[in-house]
Design a protein around this ligand. Structure first.
Ligand SMILES: [Zn+2]
Length: 216
């Protein structure tokens, strides 16, 4: 059984940054080695899609496949090391009150919505569009989007190997702490999906907080 946290609980009053990301919107931030990002599912059952890029060389980026291979299990929780495509540790999950996060099911897009939910959904806003918008602020684009993390998204893998997106298990105020092991561009899409249960069919705001351990 994993511990709920690797370190003492962080004091909210010592955070150097607090920001509420509105429902359906993207966000990004340059996080330095040693800093910790807390992502709070403010109202519960809200999927948070995320990508990480090495600040010094963004061709080095988060790799879902290397992360899962390295830890030998399909879920992201406390202790998971987020691995890059150059097999280096980008960040670690250091606290988690939700208990399970996905990195297998990818992000939603207008194209996949049309295939999965019908042509009428093609023009709904999607995570892929959020990522494109936010990546453009860092000189990156569509071809830089890779398989992503889905914080607070529940994708149980059945004994027969099948998996599907089911109702989120995160309660209001659930959080996950991600501690940086290198300088990264951290990109979030607060998922706008309304066609499957990942957001309880009602996208809601989330909060991000940052601690700089060196300044505590
Ligand atoms: Zn999405």
């Amino acid at each position: 059984m994993m511990p709920a946290a690797e370190s003492e609980p962080r004091d909210a009053s010592t955070a150097i940054y607090v920001h509420d990301i509105p429902a359906e919107r993207p966000w990004s931030y340059v996080l330095r080695k040693g800093q910790t990002l807390r992502i709070i599912d403010s109202e519960g059952q809200q999927a948070v899609d995320a990508l990480l890029y090495c600040l010094a060389d963004p061709t080095e980026r988060y790799s879902a496949q290397d992360t899962l291979r390295t830890q030998g299990s399909p879920y992201v929780d406390v202790g998971t090391r987020l691995i890059s495509n150059k097999d280096r540790v980008m960040a670690r999950i250091t606290a988690d009150t939700c208990g399970r996060h996905d990195t297998s099911a990818g992000c939603c897009s207008c194209e996949s919505n049309a295939v999965r939910f019908g042509e009428a959904t093609k023009y709904q806003h999607a995570c892929r569009e959020n990522f494109i918008l936010e990546l453009s602020k860092h000189g990156l684009g569509k071809r830089d989007i890779v398989a992503n993390l889905n914080f607070f998204m529940s994708v149980p893998i059945e004994p027969n190997g099948n998996f599907t997106v089911v109702d989120g298990v995160s309660v209001p105020g659930a959080y996950v702490d991600v501690s940086m092991e290198m300088d990264v561009i951290f990109v979030i899409s607060n998922c706008p999906q309304v066609n499957n249960p990942c957001n309880a069919f009602d996208p809601t705001p989330i909060r991000v907080m940052i601690w700089d351990e060196a300044r505590l």
